[in-house]
Write a protein that binds this ligand. Structure first.
Ligand SMILES: Cc1cc2nc3c(=O)[nH]c(=O)nc-3n(C[C@H](O)[C@H](O)[C@H](O)COP(=O)(O)O)c2cc1C
Length: 384
């Protein structure tokens, strides 16, 4: 990979105005989904939430075969994959500690365009670890985490919050966050106890933003299900950008197409990308099942076949792209054989080189022997 080109692709300046953003989604916002979203016009892609300790314990590997940068743990567990085409990639961290957040962010900083801190997750695992929405009631910890990251990293820092019980409390929280110098704030328009099925409160964000102005761009999130909701949400809330989660799982073409692209075509595209970038099949299966389920498809023959699928051969058969998959495998095999041939040729050349060196050496030794003999002869003659 051309590293120079790669680094030019990663920005240290991010524009958060008028942007369509794919939300952080555990197990969904992985590498192939982010690439597909960008193909469909998404401007900024968040990763799934990654826990600070996990990122901290990973190391950076240049994956020559895939042209990607991989962050892997000791047991080869892939934590995060990105590349030059994964533009405007934001890593979302789950953290409750400024020190650990900085350690984790430092590992990936050069390969991401921004770091986001999850301040909205209401799950037990997050709360008991002082992460996610547990942070919303700890303004001092919020300040500590965000200012520590801001001070030490040359990258935009953002966070994603939920609405608090009252608009005034939410404004106060936004002010605290604004004071840390973050580059954007995502607002999931639901409160902590609310579930995804509860409607998002665009009206509350509208009220907040009409009663207080912020110097930092605000990203509205919640219940954007079709392309036209993007403008509707911006118009209603007066937020600067939008962030889409389930609407993107339902049909990732939401970012650019007024009419959703045929679901089967989207799944085919996703599956093709997934095997090409060597995405773990269990993850790909999860994402495809999510696409079906968000479209209310839970019990047809494809769903049943997907449920028992274990590999890309089966998955590509279900979605009628097995021929493409086979051609891909053949091409990969050919590539590998060419590499092996090249390596063999290099070895042969090196061996020939070794032969030549050997001859040179023998020649030199012969010459040295001759000189030595001549000197001996001269010495004997002189003595005589
Ligand atoms: C499958 C799934 C995984 C999610 N994982 C995360 C996550 O890792 N971090 C986060 O901040 N929010 C996460 N969320 C919440 C979304 O980012 C978003 O705030 C929420 O779904 C509301 O947006 P929506 O109405 O467009 O779905 C997740 C949501 C879903 C559906």
């Amino acid at each position: 990979m051309d590293e120079t080109e790669y680094y030019e692709g990663k920005s240290v300046v991010m524009d958060y105005y008028n942007k369509k953003i794919m939300a952080p989604m555990v197990r969904v916002s992985t590498y192939p989904m982010r690439i597909l979203a960008q193909r469909y016009g998404c401007d900024i892609v968040y990763s799934e939430e990654l826990i600070d300790f996990k990122v901290k314990s990973s190391h950076r590997v240049v994956n020559e075969k895939l042209n990607t940068i991989d962050f892997v743990q000791k047991d080869n567990n892939l934590v995060y994959r990105t590349s030059a085409i994964d533009k405007n990639n934001v890593m979302q961290l789950g953290t409750g500690s400024a020190v650990t957040a900085l350690e984790a962010a430092s590992i990936v900083a050069r390969d991401v365009c921004a770091i986001d801190i999850n301040m909205g997750c209401p799950k037990y695992f997050s709360i008991q670890g002082g992460m996610g929405s547990a942070l919303l009631s700890k303004p001092e910890t919020i300040k500590d985490i965000l200012t520590t990251l801001k001070r030490n990293l040359n990258k935009p820092i953002t966070c994603k919050i939920r609405l608090l019980s009252t608009d005034q409390e939410t404004i106060d929280l936004l002010r605290v966050i604004e004071s840390t110098g973050v580059s954007a704030i995502g607002v999931h328009c639901r409160m902590i106890p609310e579930r995804p099925r509860d409607p998002a409160h665009w009206d509350r964000l509208e009220n907040i933003l009409s009663n207080a102005s912020f110097s930092v761009p605000i990203i509205a999130n919640g219940d954007i299900w079709k392309h036209e909701d993007i403008d509707a949400c911006l118009k209603k809330t007066k937020a600067n950008s939008v962030m889409i989660a389930r609407g993107a799982i339902k049909n990732v073409s939401i970012f650019s197409k007024p009419e959703p692209v045929d679901l089967k075509k989207v799944i085919q595209e996703y599956a093709e990308l997934a095997y090409q970038v060597d995405n773990h099949v269990v993850n790909s299966k999860y994402v495809i099942m999510g696409m079906l389920s968000e479209n209310g498809i839970t019990n047809n023959k494809e769903v049943k076949a997907m449920q028992v699928s274990r590999d890309y051969d089966t998955i590509t058969k279900i979605w009628d792209i097995n021929d493409k998959y086979k051609s891909f495998l053949d091409a990969e095999k050919e590539k590998e054989q060419n590499i092996i041939k090249k390596l063999d040729n290099n070895n042969d050349n090196n061996n020939n080189g070794a032969e030549i060196n050997k001859e040179d050496k023998e020649d030199k030794e012969d010459k040295e022997e001759n000189v030595e003999n001549k000197l001996k002869k001269q010495k004997i003659e002189q003595e005589e």
